[in-house]
Design a protein around this ligand. Sequence first.
Ligand SMILES: CC(C)(COP(=O)(O)OP(=O)(O)OC[C@H]1O[C@@H](n2cnc3c(N)ncnc32)[C@H](O)[C@@H]1OP(=O)(O)O)[C@@H](O)C(=O)NCCC(=O)NCCS
Length: 216
Amino acid sequence: MVSVRELSPADIKAAVKLHLAVLDMEFLSRFGPSFMRAYYRAWTTTPGSMSFVAVDDTGRVIGVLLGATDPATHVRAMVRDHGVALARSIAVAAAVRPRLARDLVVTRAGRYARGVARLILARFRRTAVAPPAGSPRVGEVTHVLVDPAAQGGGVGRRLIDAAIATARAASDDELVLVTPPDLAARHFYEALGWRSDGEMTSRSGEAFLRFRYPLR
Ligand SMILES: CC(C)(COP(=O)(O)OP(=O)(O)OC[C@H]1O[C@@H](n2cnc3c(N)ncnc32)[C@H](O)[C@@H]1OP(=O)(O)O)[C@@H](O)C(=O)NCCC(=O)NCCS
């Protein structure tokens, strides 16, 4: 029997181990377990986020989903409350991995620095910048992964169902996600009724397929 529940602090070690094993090709994974544990801790304690684990009948973590019902609030809180700890963890990892340090500078350093500067400036504004009235509330699924031994058994579907239910409860109008074009995951999202929404290139230069799931 598989059950899906919110990810608790006690799950972080196992969830990170699974994340690093299943999504070893992700840029984030290159920063290693110590950074990833800090990232998960930050993620799960930040407003606007959602995080779930699937566990088997022995309590073993066999699947993870991270996302956000309110990505803007979530990212602001991640940077404000955890930015320094995460940056320190990134610097430590980059210091011992020269290739990672080079890739970080080439693809992301400028953008990260500009983002942090924007957020610091925003703290001095009297009021938060609200989205234009009537604009749709868009949540996102950021990571979903299932233990290879458990794949194909409906665990991924259960995790996505939990994200959809949570986003609906938070009054989101739709959920979005991106996935690399070379991953079989695109067929998973199609099977679950997500609509293909074209391609995009991230600001770091990587190609992605976009998917959306209307909630209303
Ligand atoms: C993608 C992933 C999360 C799917 O989880 P899963 O537990 O294997 O998927 P499920 O068993 O719940 O499958 C749900 C549906 O998707 C379909 N599906 C899943 N993977 C598929 C694939 N590779 N090709 C075609 N269909 C697929 C299933 O057939 C099923 O459809 P059905 O209910 O109509 O039979 C999992 O395979 C995984 O972790 N992959 C590696 C990591 C990854 O790529 N993550 C996504 C990064 S964006």
